[in-house]
Design a protein around this ligand. Structure first.
Ligand code: ATP
Ligand code: MG
Ligand code: MG
Length: 554
């Protein structure tokens, strides 16, 4: 039974199926360039392509678009594979554009032989000058009419490493008067004396994106090659290159475009994210403040929450900025279902229960998940000296303050009703300690009349003697501007939020002592937290994934 409505790409596929494509003709690919880590924008493309694969039971290739050895590395290949897997997808085959370097070279030679490509020996400045403008035709290169023999010989010598970078390029001979600037004799190959992460020094000429992408799709027999909107003007060139080669027996790939997704208060561009790493604005690509998949994972996001986010925003024909709060909504929604509730105090204020026996402790039963009884319960220790949050106590407050005030009562979660009797202050007036009394008959769950008594506020707390100390990392937005990339006169780096990370010491209930890297919890009333990769048995480190919705009365 169909629940979800089709997006416009799925409509294109449906139309193709109606017009003669067989189900077995469908094949998709996700084509990252291994020049950085994947980010939340890529998640949209991953979910789209792999989602199509699942919907149509069609294979999806993971294709590394590795044609620029200057920026690409094995480290990035490995990180990309890990992230795609973590998001929950399986590719059919792992492919590399570099696998096709020989085939692409052979086809380029074919094009030269057909008089459709030539070696240009001008500087890039000269070529740029001749390109013209969208309203003004370009000028033909003086090398455009080189003989086929000379082109073949020069191209081979380029390949053999006889020329330095920039000396010659291979260009397609298309049309210098085309209204589409990309059709004005685009470059197909340039000389680059750089080792490649896979082909090492086998090649010193490298194919350009436009020459590589469509032909790679063709080799892999990808039916629908989906890319972002900036490639719309490239479609004509994509098709031109295919026209020169296509064997009519084989399926001809189609390029179709969808809008890039941007997220507010961050940047989604590998180049810019690399800049944040290189300039130490963040610690690494997987810094929990980064909008990378690895950063979100380390922050405590779940694959489901990212997939649901991508599914909700869907795909569009126009670029826009999605508010980061929507991403936060999805992780909250998922963690609300799966994260056990625990108690931790991040900004401690000492409470002494004066009528509770010194040295006594008792263990109280606490539910792990009020939404799911099958998650069971655990024991939390109670004693005479406790921590509550500083924000949860005031000497005086109006009736809307449902926390603790002098003369007032609150319930301690899973525990007793306490009443604040007095407090101690330092000479500056800071409150150091609150003295309370408790009602011994009011224990939660004991069934007594007192335990059922309604008091306005419920506070979380920890027993000081039993508390486990941990480093807690609180994150704020990495940029102070909604669209740091969107200013003509200012660089995005000017909007970096200098206070995006705060490290504090938290006091946790002792059940958290053995928490493992990646474990996720709700610290009641504070938010969702997970154990960071920096965490050790001796020094626990927690990240705040996201705060809770502000539903708790303040
Ligand atoms: P970046 O500028 O971050 O390097 P890119 O488009 O150059 O982005 P690729 O590695 O080429 O990065 O991207 C792989 C695929 O993911 C491409 O099909 C690309 O169009 C898509 N993609 C990249 N960024 C986004 C985004 N923000 N929203 C949707 N799809 C994206
Ligand atoms: Mg790209
Ligand atoms: Mg890029």
């Amino acid at each position: 039974e169909e629940v979800k409505s089709l997006n416009f790409i799925e409509h294109i596929v449906e139309e193709d199926l109606a017009n003669g494509y067989g189900q077995q003709d469908l094949r998709f690919r996700f084509p990252p360039e291994p020049n950085g880590y994947l980010h939340i924008g890529h998640a949209s493309s991953i979910c789209l392509n792999f989602g199509l694969g699942l919907r149509y039971n069609a294979p999806v290739n993971l294709r590394f678009d590795d044609t620029n050895p200057a920026k690409e590395e094995k480290e990035y290949v490995d990180a990309i594979k890990k992230d795609v897997k973590w998001l929950g997808y399986e590719w059919d085959t792992e492919r590399y554009a570099s696998d096709y370097f020989q085939q692409l070279y052979d086809w380029a030679v074919e094009l030269i032989k057909q008089g459709k490509a030539y070696v240009d020996s001008q500087s890039s400045e000269e070529m740029a000058e001749q390109k013209g403008t969208p309203t003004e035709s370009g000028k033909e290169s003086p090398f455009r009419n080189r003989s086929i023999e000379e082109n073949l010989s020069l191209f081979e010598r380029m390949k053999n490493g006889e020329f330095e970078e920039g000396k010659h390029v291979l260009r397609a001979k298309i049309d210098m008067t085309s209204p589409n600037m990309l059709m004005r004799d685009p470059i197909m190959y340039r000389v680059l004396h750089k080792a490649h992460h896979r082909t090492n020094t086998d090649w010193c000429i490298y194919p350009m994106y436009d020459w590589t992408h469509g032909e790679s799709d063709y080799i892999e027999q990808v039916s629908h090659s989906l890319c972002t909107l900036e490639f719309l003007p490239h479609r004509e060139l994509y098709n031109w290159f295919l026209d020169q080669l296509v064997d009519t027996e084989k399926l001809r790939p189609k390029q179709r475009e969808f809008a890039r997704r941007n997220l507010s208060h961050t940047v989604v561009s590998k180049r810019k994210l690399l800049q944040l790493v290189e300039q130490s604005v963040v610690d690494s690509w997987d810094d929990p403040r980064m909008p990378t998949i690895s950063g979100l994972r380390r922050r405590g996001y779940t694959p489901e929450s990212i997939r649901n986010f991508a599914e909700t925003i869907g795909i569009a024909k126009r670029e826009n900025i999605v508010d980061v709060s929507l991403l936060e909504f999805h992780v909250r929604e998922h963690l609300n279902k799966i994260a056990p509730r625990v108690m931790a105090v991040l900004n401690p204020l000492k409470v002494v229960i004066t009528n509770y026996e010194e040295g006594k402790e008792e263990w109280l039963e606490a539910e792990n998940n009020p939404g799911d009884e099958s998650d069971g319960s655990r024991q939390v220790p109670f004693s005479r000296e406790l921590f509550i949050e500083q924000e949860d106590f005031r000497e005086e407050a109006n009736r809307k303050f449902f926390r603790l005030k002098l003369g007032g009562e609150v319930r301690l979660k899973n525990g007793y009703i306490i009443k604040a009797e007095s407090c101690t202050k330092d000479t500056d007036g800071n409150i150091l300690e609150v003295q309370c009394t408790y009602d011994p008959k009011s224990k939660s769950g004991s069934g007594t009349e007192e335990s059922l008594r309604k008091v306005k506020g419920t506070l979380h707390w920890v027993s000081i003697a039993h508390a486990v100390k941990a480093e807690v990392r609180l994150y704020d937005r990495l940029f102070n501007d909604e669209n740091p990339d969107g200013h003509k006169d200012k660089d995005f780096m000017e909007f970096v939020n200098p206070d995006s990370l705060k490290k504090i010491t938290g006091y946790l209930e002792p059940s958290l002592k053995n928490a493992k890297v990646g474990d996720r919890f709700q610290f009641q009333r504070l938010g969702y937290f997970n154990v960071d990769t920096d965490s050790t048995a001796e020094n626990l480190v927690f990240n705040r994934t996201v705060t809770l919705r502000d539903t708790w009365a303040k």
